[in-house]
Design a protein around this ligand. Structure first.
Ligand SMILES: [Zn+2]
Length: 194
């Protein structure tokens, strides 16, 4: 779907965007509806993430928005749909990463950057590392988020603690059986590394 943003005839572009829409990724193509879209400044890109966060509150979602960018151009967007979709992983950054990867047909977003209306939580930060995004820009920080009831500091606190002192109990079970998949992976010659 990269072609959505390349120079091309408007009719071809429209057809492609219709295909994207049929694939359920209309939101991620929305910003690329104009051919030869100009690069935007960092402030303009952050304003887009903020605009998404504000609109999302009006649309029944959480106050968070994010855009994924390459060369100053938005390739995908995401908003928080946790309660709207009953999906605790549907944070803005994770949603934007999913949309970008689906659209670009890759699991590796090296060379791309993310602009998010709020400092990423530990889950999103982990997803950003796994996606290999080059840089994070954020507007609100985690203290601002805590002030309105979105406190993720307990997760950071938990990670600092020994396993037996965490609120979330965890227990090792059947490690000798679980290791079989790892042995298979080690031996697999055509694996796709990430
Ligand atoms: Zn998050």
């Amino acid at each position: 779907m990269k072609v959505c943003f390349k120079k091309g005839k408007q009719s071809a572009l429209k057809s492609l965007c219709v295909l994207v829409a049929l694939g359920g990724a209309l939101a991620s193509c929305g910003s690329g509806s104009k051919a030869d879209e100009a690069s935007q400044s960092q402030e303009e890109l952050m304003r887009k993430a903020i605009e998404l966060s504000v609109e999302n509150v009006k649309n029944g979602g959480g106050p968070f928005g994010a855009v994924i960018v390459k060369d100053g151009k938005i390739v995908a967007t995401g908003v928080n749909r946790v309660t709207a979709n009953n999906d605790p992983t549907a944070h803005a950054e994770v949603s934007a990463i999913r949309a970008a990867c689906e659209k670009l047909g890759t699991f590796d977003l090296s060379g791309y950057e993310i602009y998010t209306s709020c400092e990423p939580c530990p889950m999103c930060l982990g997803a950003i590392y796994w996606a290999h995004l080059d840089k994070v820009y954020y507007g609100n920080d985690k203290t601002d988020a805590k002030d309105i009831g979105f406190d993720d500091s307990f997760i950071y606190d938990e990670l600092e603690l020994p396993y037996d002192q965490r609120k979330l109990p965890s227990e090792v079970l059947l490690p000798d059986e679980a290791i079989r998949a790892f042995d298979l992976w080690r031996q697999k010659e055509d694996k796709v590394e990430y």
